[in-house]
Design a protein around this ligand. Structure first.
Ligand code: ZN
Length: 501
């Protein structure tokens, strides 16, 4: 390795360690910290974030990067080091395009605005929150102008979360998806065959739920020697190296659905991070490539595997062992149907597989319109409610169950929502490729053998880290560009069977 390249990599590792320490501080805040620690913890995070931002946008970092690039000129562009420099260059250019005054304004306003959002949601007071949201969109528009874009202001923002994704492409994807999902949702509602999900409710002691979730995430390949599971109000996955990837879950003693599927979802994220090659650790390539691809991993394990009939057959005997009283007389098929009940609801995070993307679509359309000025903040609640009625057939009784339900916009996370749907579509496309590659997939799942699925994901997704952009990765892994057809086919086949459409 050339001296400049190795100097640059050392600097990258130093920054990556600081980022990992910051993640550790955040993990502790969400799992163990006593309430009294909040104030000091905010200072810990702010100090570290400022330090990291300072180093990674400094002139000296830029110089190290430029020297490494000069030394690597003429190298194979797909070589790991060439790709590493490309990713580092992209990150550096984006980070240095924003004036530090704007970065500080955004950070400050985000803290205030989130605080106002919490209050507004509790008090169902959109009008009180509106000026803060207005300001957030102003600052975001300003940031987008600095970042630059060719066609649509949204392009500058989505690129933060999904490199290479464009507003037009997302809008085409949704235009294709929307009528199919609306039609399927209406057909299910009209079928007159509601699915009984009552067996998911009852007395499920938390200690026993822990035994089950531990067994499940271990079975799919999550390594506890390189991770652990704790409880958190909002389950998440975080990591401090590829060999310390932690997951969290939430237990409800009266409902088995939350802990089980939150565990599988977060373990899906964790399997991705545990599968990043050790040589990429603490480097710009050492994590998942985008939020959409990350979400494809979590959704694949949670839904394509976890809500499948063969998985229900694998899991049900374990559930019966743990909870013999509540599940007395029930069959695996009852459980399968219960975890796949579809009903249009007001809240995105509670949505089933069929209606989930309609919630995302609505947010995407509204944030595009807010950014371009086609929609005024004051008209947002009514636009939200009208579209909920149009897409899902339900109308929020108040703004707390409507436009105020998500934290994202208040925190300045604008351009992010489509990554949830991209993740769903990618999960369907990967699943189709896995089915072709792995014979007798359902039989394997039914006996609790998941290694062939994990090995396929390791070989085709995990091992690349951030080396390839999401679009390139999907093309390489599945042989074609991202399409919604596999996901739609999956939903249609599955729910036509369950609801006898
Ligand atoms: Zn997720």
């Amino acid at each position: 390795m050339t001296a400049s390249l190795s100097d640059f990599k050392k600097e990258c590792a130093r920054i990556a360690r600081l980022v990992q320490i910051n993640a550790l501080v955040d993990w502790d805040q969400q799992t163990n910290m006593p309430p009294g620690g909040a104030e000091a913890r905010a200072e810990h995070s702010a100090t570290l974030s400022e330090l990291i931002h300072g180093i990674s946008t400094s002139d000296s970092y830029g110089e190290l990067l430029a020297n490494a690039e000069a030394e690597l000129q003429g190298a194979d562009p797909d070589d790991d080091d060439a790709r590493l420099l490309r990713v580092a260059r992209r990150d550096y250019d984006r980070a240095t395009k924003l004036p530090s005054r704007l970065v500080a304004d955004l950070a400050r306003h985000s803290a205030i605005s989130q605080d106002r959002w919490v209050r507004a949601r509790a008090e169902n007071d959109f009008a009180g929150f509106a000026p803060y949201l207005e300001r957030m969109f102003e600052l975001t528009r300003e940031a987008a102008e600095h970042l630059g874009y060719e066609d649509h202001i949204y392009d500058a923002l989505i690129d933060n979360y999904e490199t290479g994704a464009r507003q037009r492409q997302v809008s085409d994807m949704f235009a294709d998806l929307k009528p199919k999902l609306v039609e399927l949702t209406q057909a299910i509602a009209a079928s007159g065959r509601p699915v009984d999900s009552s067996i998911l409710r009852g007395r499920f002691p938390i200690e026993k739920q822990k035994v089950v979730t531990t067994r499940v995430v271990s079975a799919i390949g999550y390594e506890f020697s390189r991770g652990r599971q704790d409880e958190a109000a909002h389950p998440f996955c975080t990591n401090f190296s590829r060999d310390d990837v932690r997951i969290t879950t939430r237990f409800d003693p009266g409902y088995i659905g939350i802990a089980l599927y939150a565990s599988m979802h977060e373990a899906g994220h964790a399997l991705y991070e545990q599968g990043i090659p050790s040589e990429f650790d603490a480097s710009p390539l050492g994590s998942g490539t985008s939020l959409g691809i990350h979400e494809s991993q979590s959704r694949l394990w949670e839904n394509l595997v976890g809500r499948s009939r063969p998985f229900a057959r694998f899991l049900f005997p374990h559930l019966k062992d743990a909870f013999p009283d509540v599940l007395d007389g029930a069959q695996a098929e009852d459980f399968y149907r219960a975890v796949n009940s579809v009903s249009p609801s007001l809240i995105r995070i509670d949505a089933d597989e069929v209606t989930y993307n309609l919630h995302v679509m609505l947010r995407f359309e509204l944030e595009c319109e807010l950014l371009t000025g086609a929609l005024a903040i004051s008209d947002l609640p009514e636009a939200w409610n009208a579209r909920m009625e149009e897409y899902l057939g339900v109308r929020p009784p108040d703004d707390a169950h409507g436009v105020l339900q998500d934290v994202h916009w208040s925190a300045g996370i604008i351009g992010y929502f489509p990554t949830y749907s991209i993740g769903n579509l990618v999960s369907g496309q990967l699943w189709h490729a896995i089915r072709k590659a792995v014979p007798n997939l359902d039989d394997r799942i039914e006996i609790g053998s998941f290694a062939s699925i994990l090995n396929w994901l390791r070989a085709n997704v995990h091992r690349h880290g951030r080396k390839f952009e999401p679009g390139e990765l999907v093309q390489m892994a599945t042989g074609e560009p991202l399409t919604s057809s596999y996901y739609v086919d999956y939903l249609t086949a599955k729910y036509s069977d369950i609801y006898e459409l």
